[in-house]
Design a protein around this ligand. Structure first.
Ligand code: ZN
Ligand code: ZN
Ligand code: FE
Length: 761
């Protein structure tokens, strides 16, 4: 009988793929073996030719739910003969490696969790071949129990039986365990364990307490989302006055009671990745306002770990809330805590007690956060459930690179030929703990992916901590301009290797001329860029402070557009008094603590201050978000209104005259038009300026493809206006979906650059 060797590449490890192959083979009478090879699943299959055809089709196309076969390689072999079909132990082999992200508890496990007659009734670690932790407990590839942190929990005979028998749901499920042999939950520093610990935690939450809960990728801080006092206290303790908290809701019914759910969103909420989705709140909902103050949306997720399900639902006397605040258990800016010691040191003072467990977390995974645009996900933070799935591009080349990412919202990326493995979220590099976490994660991921980078890509900024980390690797460095990296990341996500007009509207990045850039239009391909346009430069006074204090930028924009009347306008708008105005002017004129900037993010903050919407921010993006919300409120009431022209100057390098635009907005506000209307006018006018700039550049270069990236494109109103108009003019428009437009996507762009321009030495 003929025999085939079939190699399947893709997400084929840790998703029940080998058992699926074995079952399929046995049901068809195919003989042979299946093995994890680290980079692929390798199958020997012996049978009649037409049976083998059907078998190959089945393993390629009927893979289990979480699996994804990306490519298959089928060849004839001679001199092989089998008398049964068996799964054989893992061997190691070099090649492309796909590490599975963690998978939310599946419906079958959930049913067993609450089934009194099941032997895993209420087991906080229930999982199966289709679900459970993966990346976060993985020490090395291939994915086998002995290489996970489950190795410290020897299986009981019953679990062992399920693990080794193909007809069970837990055949080959590496983290399999039960009430007898699995890990255990407990309250830290108290003699309370198991079910009592869960009841104690539930009771405490309902008494208004704040608890820390260890989950899959780290700790959460948790309290009743309907209890204004508890939420307020958590805000005080965490020193987080306004930034929205994510809410975990018991089930879909609760979500639909609290929020408007759009078509397609339900699938993502209930899917196996369980990200946080930003949803529009319903007015009659029960969440207290403190959860996401002055914000029409709230981040919502469903429980994805059994312990979270038990918090909502447990056979005890506690009458439980169905909405829990679940915010990352970390000090603002530092990485999420992943063990008791960490948690006690860093977030011990933020909470009243800690519900922990003794299964070790090796790799942190924050919750992924996504917004929604045009019927599709629009990623804000790509982490648990998504990382470290690679982005695959068509460009074929042998190069292994380490892209170290940006300074804020850091992620890094390991490029192995055409596979670009974007990491989980690491955090903001201003905190030394985050820098250490970055170094550690880079080491771990290199091991897991068996990658030995020969080149390191980093930002151009002279003072970034990421650049220091890059230098410490000792690898040859490539320094890439920040906004070019943004555009490259959008190109990589869309597998684009052509010339594009890249609209990079962003917070801040170091420009090639030593000034701060942020509202840029670049003509670029995968080899380089030319800066073709920007918004009009302004003076950014006050160094770091100015990134949260939009009023400082407002002062300069008004000075530039109003000249001698500026001081009067500033006090009329309540931006600042005469004394402050003078101080700001002197600093700007003498260049004291002042940089020249084209930051689009800061421009939004400034307009927000001019319109009296928000003078300064308590978290990054607060002012500009409020500006967007105001504009959207206006748009809902009234579709049309006249724009204020954002003039374009210049024939070679173009400038969008956003300074005059801001000045004009100020005038119309003083003349009595509403802030909401003018917020909308600002958006449409800016979009107009961007689009006309692209048009003009296109006329000169012939490029008809635009890529939109940078943190400002988290603003969906601006994104929609720009995209729509460009499309109407016949442009092809590339935008992000599963990779963030913000700095969380930078590393992907850096790795794509290395692939296209560097060689292994
Ligand atoms: Zn399951
Ligand atoms: Zn067991
Ligand atoms: Fe950026």
């Amino acid at each position: 009988m003929p025999c085939l060797i079939i190699r399947l590449y893709g997400i084929v490890q840790g998703v029940g793929f080998r058992p699926f192959v074995a079952r399929t083979a046995r049901s068809m009478g195919v003989l042979g073996t299946v093995a994890n090879k680290g980079s692929c699943v390798e199958i020997f299959a012996q049978g009649e030719k037409e049976v083998l055809d059907r078998f190959v089709y089945a393993v390629k196309n009927r893979a289990p739910e979480r699996a994804a076969v990306i490519s298959a390689d089928v060849r004839q072999v001679k001199d092989k003969s089998f008398d049964s079909f068996e799964i054989i132990q893992s061997e190691k082999e070099e090649g492309a490696i796909f590490v599975s992200p963690d998978i939310a508890t599946c419906d079958k496990c959930r049913r067993e969790l609450f089934d009194k007659n099941d032997r895993r009734y209420l087991h906080p670690f229930i999982n199966c071949t289709q679900c459970g932790p993966r990346l976060t407990i993985l020490e090395a590839m291939p994915y086998d129990r002995e290489r996970t942190t489950m190795k410290s929990f020897p299986m009981c005979p019953d679990c062992e039986y399920e693990y080794t028998h193909a007809h069970t749901r837990r055949y080959d499920a590496q983290p399999v365990c039960c009430n007898d042999c699995g890990p255990q939950v407990y309250i830290v520093h108290r003699e309370i364990k198991g079910g009592d610990a869960i009841t104690f935690a539930r009771k405490s939450i309902m008494e208004g307490k704040i608890i820390a809960v260890k989950g899959i990728g780290g700790f959460h801080l948790c309290c009743d989302a309907a209890n204004e006092q508890a939420v307020g206290r958590l805000r005080k303790l965490k020193n987080r006055p306004a930034k929205p908290f994510a809410v975990m809701m018991k089930d879909m019914d609760t979500v639909e009671r609290e929020c408007h759910v759009l078509e397609g969103q339900k699938e993502f909420l209930t899917g196996y990745q369980k990200p946080i989705l930003l949803l529009e709140k319903k007015e009659e909902g029960e969440l207290c306002p403190g959860v996401s103050p002055d914000n029409p949306t709230v981040g919502v997720m469903l429980p994805y770990a059994p312990v979270q399900m038990l918090l909502f639902d447990y056979p005890d006397e506690v009458k439980m809330t169905d909405c829990l605040v679940m915010t990352s258990g970390n000090v603002s800016g530092a990485p999420i805590c992943r063990n008791d010691e960490d948690a006690q040191k860093q977030i011990g003072s933020y909470c009243d007690l800690m519900l922990s467990h003794n299964r070790e977390i090796l790799i942190r995974a924050d919750d992924s956060v996504m917004d929604w645009f045009d019927g599709k996900p629009y990623m804000i933070r790509r982490s648990r459930g998504f990382a470290p799935l690679p982005v695959m591009v068509s460009k074929e080349k042998e190069v292994t690179s380490l892209a170290i990412g940006g300074e804020l919202k850091n992620t890094f990326c390991i490029g192995k030929n055409r596979l670009l493995y974007l990491s989980s979220y690491v955090g903001d590099m201003a905190d030394i703990r985050t820098v250490n976490a970055l170094k550690e994660s880079v080491g771990r991921m290199q091991e897991l992916l068996e990658a030995q980078p020969t080149i390191c890509v980093c930002d151009m900024h002279p003072k970034y901590n990421t650049v220091t980390v890059a230098q410490e690797t000792g690898l040859p460095l490539v320094r890439l301009q920040h906004h070019y990296a943004h555009i490259l990341s959008c190109m990589a996500e869309n597998d684009c290797d052509e010339k594009v007009i890249g609209v990079s509207f962003d917070g801040t990045g170091y420009g090639t001329d030593g000034t701060i850039w942020g509202g840029e239009i670049l003509v670029c391909d995968t080899h380089g860029f030319e800066r073709s346009a920007s918004i009009k430069p302004f003076k950014q006074v006050g160094g770091d402070a100015s990134s949260k204090e939009g009023w400082r930028i407002a002062v300069q924009l008004i000075r530039d557009s109003w000249g001698e009347k500026a001081q009067k306008v500033c006090s009329e708008l309540g931006i600042c008094d005469e004394k402050t105005f003078k101080l700001q002017s002197v600093m700007a004129d003498k260049g004291i603590n002042t940089v020249t900037s084209t930051s689009a993010g800061r421009l939004f903050d400034a307009v927000s201050a001019i319109l009296g919407i928000r003078r300064s921010s308590t978290f990054e993006g607060e002012s500009s978000m409020s500006l967007e919300f105001a504009a959207e409120r206006f748009e809902k009431q009234q579709a049309e209104c006249e724009k204020t022209a954002a003039r374009i100057n210049g024939s070679g390098f173009e400038t969008i005259d956003t300074t005059s635009l801001a000045g004009e907005i100020a005038r119309r506000f003083i003349d009595g038009e509403s802030a909401e209307k003018l917020a909308f006018v600002f958006h449409t006018s800016l979009a107009d300026g961007i689009v006309r700039c692209c048009e003009s550049i296109s006329r000169k270069t012939g490029v008809k493809k635009c890529a939109l990236s940078g943190g400002v494109f988290q603003n969906k109103l601006l994104l929609r206006l720009v995209k729509q108009q460009l499309r109407e003019l016949g442009f092809e428009v590339l935008i992000h979906s599963l990779v963030p437009a913000n700095d969380g996507g930078i590393a992907l762009g850096q790795a794509y650059y290395a692939l296209c321009n560097c060689n292994n030495e």
